[in-house]
Design a protein around this ligand. Structure first.
Ligand code: CTP
Ligand code: MG
Length: 224
């Protein structure tokens, strides 16, 4: 089985506020992208990787990925995450299984990556890692006034890697030109069931400066 991971790393990282594309911010001396590639390699579940980056960083990335044990293609992304994934998918060819994994979830444990690949291998067309929602959830109106309390038991936070059988993901991207906040969202619109596996707290997305504080603490603990 040809198992390909697409790694969207072409975002600008506005919320992190480090004045550089987020995937190239360093954590303990290595870029978030390199940390993400380490996790994917360590899973032992992949055949190859397609990294999607900003055009000005394509050459830099090609040098960065030279040390990766997996074959890596580096392609240029687009304005929205969906555009970047679409660009990656275009070079993923006829892969049997496609994972889409945010570079920003760079400390994702290899065991989660394996869990997702195994679920797709066992026959699910689409798989997302999820965690329960911990806060009470409320809906609000345009003025910020609460309109109701949402039943938290039916909600899940969704992480990556999201895994798909290649045919299904390609069909979803071919069918819908619009953007979506995650890849499974497009597959849902096909009417295909999206399955869940248990996520992992360490697969959190580095989005804000506080997330970087947490990431530094986790890396310090791992290298103790
Ligand atoms: N991403 C991408 N192409 C885009 C936008 C996002 O490849 N046009 C990638 C990011 O690099 C990141 C992942 O998608 O690995 C998740 O996106 P997000 O956390 O929103 O990252 P950024 O868009 O970089 O951050 P921000 O929204 O704060 O600018
Ligand atoms: Mg973004």
């Amino acid at each position: 089985t040809d198992v390909v991971a697409l790694v969207p790393a072409a975002g600008s990282g506005v919320r992190l506020g480090e004045n550089m594309p987020k995937a190239f911010v360093e954590l303990a001396g290595r870029t978030l992208l390199e940390w993400a590639l380490d996790g994917l390699s360590a899973s032992g579940a992949l055949s190859r990787v397609v990294v999607v980056v900003p055009d000005i960083l394509q050459d830099t990335t090609s040098r960065l990925v030279e040390s990766c044990v997996l074959p890596v293609d580096v392609v240029v992304g687009g304005a929205e995450r969906t555009d970047s994934v679409r660009a990656g998918l275009a070079v993923a060819g006829t892969a049997d299984i496609v994972l889409v994994h945010d570079a920003a979830r760079c400390l994702t444990p290899p065991s989660l990556i394996t869990r997702v690949v195994e679920a797709v291998g066992a026959g699910a067309s689409a798989v997302v890692p999820v965690l329960p929602v911990v806060d009470t959830m409320k809906s609000v109106d345009a003025h910020g006034v609460v309109t109701g309390t949402v039943d938290r038991a039916t909600l899940r936070s969704v992480q990556t890697p999201q895994g798909f059988d290649g045919v299904t993901l390609r069909r979803a991207y071919d069918a819908f030109p619009e953007t979506a906040t995650d890849d499974a969202g497009l597959v849902e619109r096909l009417g295909v069931d999206v399955h869940t596996v248990v996520g992992d707290a360490e697969a959190f997305k580095i989005t804000t400066p506080m997330d970087l504080v947490l990431a530094r603490a986790l890396v310090a603990r791992r290298t103790q």
